[in-house]
Design a protein. Structure first.
Length: 286
């Protein structure tokens, strides 16, 4: 396994060549990119790094109850897959968040399973694997599809394509009360990509707010008061056990650090410090 990263906000303002050079010097192996931009790919590879994933846009349209919108989404995603393959990529990162935040997950699933088979077949033809991220979506509805083992089972049964798998991020599972290790035991063979991120809980805040979040206080960034995202090694995820299960399943891909930690985000210096610290911790497990 190799260690990569998603480019955080402040660092994204730096010239990519400069940032990629820093990544290589700090010991990273890969960078995840947004669009399949051939110039960006060359810049990353010229620095001696690989591209982990490209972001796949348009996926929200696949959940629409409107057949015309779904068809538009299918075409948009197909084009993105083609661009990724043309740029030499083989992994696409995505989330499934409905355009209507109040749409039920059941309805999203029924719409998705009409649209996604065409997308998966196109990905297979182009040698691209789609890594579905389990971000729960925004409150109050938390309407994203593909967040829990319940929905993973249904989605993989509906579309069993080998081009369709998971972006395993234990921070999202821990945040909503799902055991990340048990989820990995069941779905390790579906893991396409991994995000290195963790979740920490605040016992005092849980006493004050429960899991409803504060009424008066303002939560710190990347959290809801009683929980927050943090770098690997400073949350609840047992990374040595995660790594062991991934190895046992034959995973030999990239673990990309997704820096969402209020203590580091916001400045180039802070973000690089957080990325380095996270990499050092993960390197002890991977």
């Amino acid at each position: 396994m190799r260690i990569g990263l998603r480019i955080p906000g402040a660092c994204s303002k730096e010239p990519l060549a400069d940032f990629a050079r820093w990544c290589k010097e700090d010991g990273f192996d890969a960078i995840d990119l947004g669009r399949a931009d051939e110039a960006a790919v060359r810049t990353v590879r010229d620095a001696g790094l690989e591209v982990g994933t490209f972001d796949l846009g348009g996926t929200g349209k696949l959940l629409s109850p409107d057949a015309a919108v779904r068809a538009e989404g299918v075409e948009q995603v197909r084009q993105a897959i083609h661009q990724i393959a043309h740029a030499g990529g083989d992994k696409a990162f995505c989330v499934f968040v409905p355009q209507d935040g109040g749409q039920s997950r059941r309805n999203s699933f029924e719409n998705w399973k009409q649209a996604f088979p065409d997308v998966a077949a196109h990905a297979e033809q182009h040698g691209v694997r789609i890594a579905m991220e389990g971000w729960p979506g925004g409150g109050p509805h938390y309407g994203a599809l593909g967040v829990t083992p319940e929905t993973w089972r249904a989605m993989f049964a509906a579309v069993p394509s080998p081009a369709f798998g998971l972006n395993y991020d234990p921070s999202h599972l821990a945040r909503i009360g799902i055991d990340p290790l048990r989820a990995l035991d069941e779905f390790a063979d579906r893991v396409v990509h991994v995000h290195g991120k963790d979740t920490a809980f605040d016992a005092e805040a849980q006493y004050l707010y429960g899991n409803l979040g504060p009424t008066f206080a303002r939560p710190v960034g990347f959290g809801e008061g009683w929980w927050r995202y943090t770098i690997p090694g400073e949350g609840v995820t047992p990374w040595p056990k995660v790594a062991a299960r991934l190895r046992q399943a034959g995973f030999d891909g990239v673990v990309s650090i997704e820096l969402e930690d209020f203590r580091y985000n916001g400045t180039v210096e802070g973000e690089k410090k957080g990325l380095s610290r996270a990499r050092r911790h993960l390197s002890q497990s991977l």
